[in-house]
Structure formats: C-alpha cells, structure tokens
Design a protein around this ligand. Sequence first.
Ligand code: UD1
Ligand code: CA
Length: 457
Amino acid sequence: MANRFAVILAAGLGTRMKSKHYKVLHPVCGKPMVEHIVDNIAKLNVEQVVTVVGHGANQVKALLKEKSEFVIQEEQLGTAHAVMQAKEVLQGKEGTTLVICGDTPLITIETLEALFEQHDKLKAKATVLTAFAENPTGYGRVIRDSSGNVDKIVEHKDASDEEKKVKEINTGMYCFDNQVLFEAISEVSNENAQGEYYLTDIIEILKSKQQIVTAFQTIDFDETMGINDRVALSKAEGIMRKRINEKHMMNGVTIVDPDNTYIDTSVKIGMDTIVYPGTVIKGNTVIGENCEIGPNSELVEVTVASETSIRQSVVHESTVGSHVHIGPFAHIRPQSNIHDEVKIGNFVELKKVDFGKGSKASHLSYIGDAEVGSNVNLGCGSITVNYDGKNKALTKIEDNVFVGCNSNLIAPVTIGKGAYVAAGSTITDDVPGEALSIARARQVNKEGYVKKLNSKN
Ligand code: UD1
Ligand code: CA
C-alpha cells in the first residue's frame, strides 16, 4: 500500500451560511463538521493530515489540535490555492494524497477506503470521487468523453446549458499521486466565472499531460453532500441522525420514534434501554442497560447506570446511579452525583449535590450545594437555602434523616444522622443526630374568636 496523506480544505468562511462562525465548525449531531472528517481519516492509515485553515482560524486549530497539522491560507483564492498551501509540508513525498473539503461530514470511511483502493489498483495519478445528484445545482459537473473517460470538471457557474444537464457531480474528494499533484497545481489559473483558482482544473491539466485520471462513482449521493447553507446543514443533520439512531437500534436499543429522537454522535447507550420520543441526548453521555429515557427529556454530558428511568426531565453534567427514578419534570443541574435507588420526583431541582443511596426528594424541592446521605427523606417543599445574596454555602444532611414538608435548611448547616426536622421548620443551627428539631412558632388556638369578632359589629 502506498503511503497515504490527506489535505483538508477548511479555510473558506462559508459566506452562504450567513454566520459569525467558520462554516466547518458548525456541528452536525453535536460534532463540528470538519471533526467528523478528521476522525474518519484517522481510521484510514493516513500518515500525515494537513488542514488548510484561514487567517485567524484559531478555533479550527484549537479543535483539531493533535489530530492534524495546519497550514494557513491567508486569502481564500480558491480550492487549488488552498491545496497549494500544503506544498511546503507534503511536496516531494511519495504516496497518495486524499484531498477533501471540510464541509462534507457525511462521507464514510468505507467510501474513502474504496476511493484509495481504486486509485491504487488503476495506478491513476488522479481519481475523483463522483456521485449522481438528482439536483446537481451548485456542484461541479463531471464531463466525460465519448468513451466514458473523465475529461474535465466544470463548475456550475462556468457550465454551458448542456453541461448543466449533467447529473454526475464532483464531490470535492480526490486521490492524487502526491508528487504529481504538487507539480501540476501551480499550472492552475484563475480565468473563470469566479476568478478563483479551481482545484477541479487540475483534472484537465493532468489529462493534457497524458496522465491516468479516473473517476470513482459512489452510489450514495447523501454521503457526499457539501454543506454550504443552513438548509443543507439541516438535511445533513437528518441523515446523520438516522444513521446514529439505526446504529443504536442495531445494538439493541429501542427508539420508539427515531424521527423525533436526537442523539449526538458521541453518545453510548446500553442494550434494552428504551428511548421515548422528544428526547435529546448530547455530548459524551453514557447510558446503561435497561433504562427508560424520555419522553421529552434532555441529557447533556451525563453518565447513567443501568435500570434507571428519566422521564420528562433535564439532566446536565451529572452522574446517575442504577435503579434511580427521575421525573417527571425534574431538573438535575451540573456536578450532581445521584447514587443508586434514589427517587427524584416532580418539580425537584438539584444542583451540585451528592445524593446518597436510597434517598428521596419526591416533590417540589430545591436542593443545591448539598451532601445528602443515604436513606434520607426530603419532604415535599424541602429547600436548602444555599445563597445569602453574596456567597454559596453547604448543607449536610446525614444518613437516615427525615426532613418534614416545607422546611428551609439555611446553609451552612448540618442535620445529624437519623435526626428529624419538623414540617415547616426554618433550620438555622446544626441539628444533632437522633434529635427532633422544631423551628417554627408554636400554634395558638383562640377559641370562639369568630363569634367575638361578629358581636362587635
Ligand atoms: C467545490 C468544488 C465543486 C464540488 C463541490 C463539492 C471547486 C472549485 N469546486 O465547490 O466542484 O462539486 O466543492 O462540495 O473546487 N476552501 C478553502 N479555501 C478557498 C476556497 C475554499 O479552504 O480558497 C475550502 C472551503 O472551506 C470548503 C471547501 O474548500 O470547505 C470547498 O469550498 P466551497 O466554496 O464550499 O466549494 P464549492 O463551491 O462547494
Ligand atoms: Ca461546498
């Protein structure tokens, strides 16, 4: 196998996206499009990956850090000019160079491998990956001669009416003999409709030098889609989402309504887990086996063990144990660690809480900046008063504590092991273990009060 190199074109601003962000940084199913490409290339035995970035594209560099080398294209003068920037890094090296645009995140490893293989097998100097497009508007057209060999690629804006009818398009992915590529690239001119140096012109140049130029047509146009605007972005998202959901279903996850379930590419889900409609699962979320997630739930960067249900709830940057029930309508905010067999019921908010095994907050509570032991029962309306307007303070609730309904625990405060807090208490001082603390005004009943009141009128 020849040495493999890759050049990723990612310097364009992506004007058609109408965005303040670089086009290739727009995420598709939670991962920036250019990162999809770099991650796929990493699985193709490529020795050197060079990403062409625009002037000031520090975010692209920061994203791809260890995954790529970078060259800068100060001015975006076209795709050939972009490739030219990689010359100092790659010229003279023996092998095959994959050139790929940073805006085609749906391309699969299998198709790229097949492209490399055909290129090697036919001993070609250039092989262009083509596809058949129902609507080829905007794409470069692949023009073949009478015997079916590739003649040239004509950009949409430069194409004649006859050429515009061609539905075989250039996907913007190619294999080149590395040395031949960097020799020929300086011959590309910018005499065309857009005044740009088109990489596509290199096909005609190589043909004129009697070099072997071939095309490899993939059957799946979707894979090769270039994302130039938000309409294409949403289409790509839909295609990628379908792929992700099908992968999980093939692995034994039930997704009740895949068209209405949004799972990022990095998410892992165990067997026999059921995901109900309207669920969004993002980031590096890991969900165990036999869980029930949704409907209408959002999990972001969450680890969930097995046998847990999370219904109509939002959980962010937290860990959830096994046999836990969350929701409906709970909000688990970052840095919460929920142990096994816990119940977090409706309208309960947790923030930065270690919530011990078997403990419960079943209704209408705010528990923030707290350490809750095991087998604790927080009654309806329990609140940790963690903020005095300036600082946050910690509430400690030890094992087996029972907090009665509608109690305020004013932090910093500790409720000792096994203690009881009477309903309606506002606790300002520590409660010793095993004690009953009542912190509310004693009840007074005024007998016959209404009668007296009425007799005055
Ligand atoms: C390009 C191809 C077209 C093909 C299509 C496939 C050319 C001239 N045209 O058109 O034949 O059908 O892709 O999607 O190659 N870029 C740079 N520097 C530049 C210009 C572009 O890095 O100076 C990068 C962009 O960031 C982008 C990629 O190259 O990732 C493609 O550029 P784009 O402007 O999207 O090309 P298309 O018009 O789509
Ligand atoms: Ca494009």
